[in-house]
Design a binder for this molecule. Structure first.
Ligand code: HGY
Ligand code: MN
Ligand code: MN
Length: 419
């Protein structure tokens, strides 16, 4: 069968136009989950998929399912999807590329006059980033039965707005669940968000899976006091304690090799230049492919935090607020991506995903695999995030042909879950 191709100009047009929603002056996007900017992008996606002939379902978590009907609607469908929410100073490709390549796949199949055997579903998963509402991958996590919907509805942002209220406010709280399971196969096309593909000079990345992840919230209680009269040896400076802890967190992550440990958020109170900070709240993000090694680093970091706070005479509260086990992908679908890239004369590279994605949960329900494209300079979660239009089109072509293959599988074909 002749390979199918997407339309690079149309793909570029979709990506350029959707980036308007939350556009920042530095060529990035700020489209926080359930914000007005997120709503604007959602409304635009709904319009484009409707014009492309898709049905739409919205579930109670605001997940948007765009369905291209197949010949036999009783067959388990093929799915792809990602997220349209972004980091506060995010990029124009993270997440949204996975939805737009799904849209372009629909349009390319329409252009080719192809009706697939199976339904093809493109999903916008709610709140993947977890920046405004923690944890992340909230929509896909509830869909997979790993997160509780009522608990997610009660999540609050820094302004005290709850997830449920915001979902209602932007009018994306569906009235019922949508459950297309069992799924036949699930793909996600995503930027790599790291330096590997650029370093090896290949346009397609084929991760064997997604690393495991642990998120912590830590609070240090010191003593607020006047910076002037308080002797240096008589202080309980919570920000000083944090700085000692942060150094150990970095060093333990570095020493473990193949584990990452980062502090992303730090909030010092009262955050006034002439007051000794009495309270610090900070977050830790720890990840690794080797789950036991990652958990050992977690233990070492917790011990380091406790011993530093004890030595400095302060109290500390450490909470693990999110744990996600690693997601090994379906071996057959990983091979299919390699085979498809080869048929398209696109060099492909085996790797692991250091970033997490909605597929981390969907992989528990359905045989899944991901298609990566390079991030220029290895940068992401920053306004400079950039992927070449040619690489976006390459990823879209691989997705299109993998969808075509799996959605036309004879009934009875089965792929295995990763393990
Ligand atoms: O944090 C992550 O890995 C994802 O990009 N939200
Ligand atoms: Mn993402
Ligand atoms: Mn992200």
């Amino acid at each position: 069968m002749e390979k199918l191709h997407t339309n690079p100009e149309r793909l570029k047009k979709f990506l350029t136009e959707i980036a308007v929603f939350g556009a920042t002056e530095n060529n990035g996007v700020s489209r926080l989950a359930l914000s007005d900017e997120d709503k604007g992008a959602r409304d635009q996606l709904a319009k484009w998929f409707k014009e492309a002939g898709c049905e739409m379902e919205i579930d109670r978590m605001g997940n948007m399912f765009f369905i291209r009907p197949g010949k036999d609607r009783s067959l388990p469908p093929v799915m792809t999807g990602s997220h349209c929410d972004s980091q506060p100073q995010g990029g124009r490709f993270d997440g949204i590329l996975g939805i737009i390549t799904g849209l372009e796949t629909v349009c390319a199949l329409n252009d080719a006059g192809v009706q697939l055997e199976r339904d093809f579903i493109v999903v916008n998963w709610t709140n993947e980033e977890g920046s405004r509402f923690t944890p992340g991958t909230t929509g896909s996590g509830v869909f997979a039965g790993e997160l509780d919907m009522e608990e997610m509805y009660a999540l609050t942002d820094r302004n005290g707005c709850t997830f449920g209220e915001e979902l209602k406010r932007i009018n994306y709280m569906g009235k019922k669940d949508f459950n297309p399971q069992p799924l036949h196969a699930n793909f996600e096309c995503h930027i790599e968000q790291g330096p590997v593909l650029e370093n090896v000079g290949k346009p397609i990345g084929v991760p064997k899976g997604i690393v495991c992840l642990r998120w912590y919230d830590v609070e240090i209680q010191g003593v607020p006091n006047h910076v002037g009269p308080t002797p240096m040896n008589d202080r309980k400076d919570a920000l000083y304690a944090f700085s000692c802890m942060n150094q150990r967190i970095f060093e333990l992550g570095l020493a473990a090799g193949n584990v990452v440990a980062s502090v992303g958020e730090v909030h010092a109170t009262p955050n006034s230049r002439n007051v000794i900070p009495g309270h610090v709240k900070f977050t830790i993000d720890i990840r690794g492919w080797d789950e036991p090694l990652t958990d050992q680093v977690c233990t070492d970091i917790e011990e380091a935090i406790n011993s530093i706070s004890k030595k400095l005479g302060m109290s500390v509260n450490i909470r693990c607020v999110w744990k996600v086990r690693r997601a090994p992908f379906s071996p057959e679908l990983v091979s299919m991506i390699h085979e498809t890239a080869k048929e398209l004369n696109l060099p492909a590279h085996d790797m692991v995903s250091g970033a997490s994605h909605d597929t981390v949960y969907i992989n528990q329900l359905s045989p899944s695999a991901m298609i990566f494209v390079p991030s220029i300079g290895g940068r992401s979660h920053a306004e400079v995030e950039e992927t070449s239009w040619a690489d976006c089109a390459a990823g879209a072509d691989v997705l299109l042909n993998c969808v075509y293959k799996t959605a036309n599988d004879p009934a009875g074909t089965a792929y295995t879950l990763g393990e």
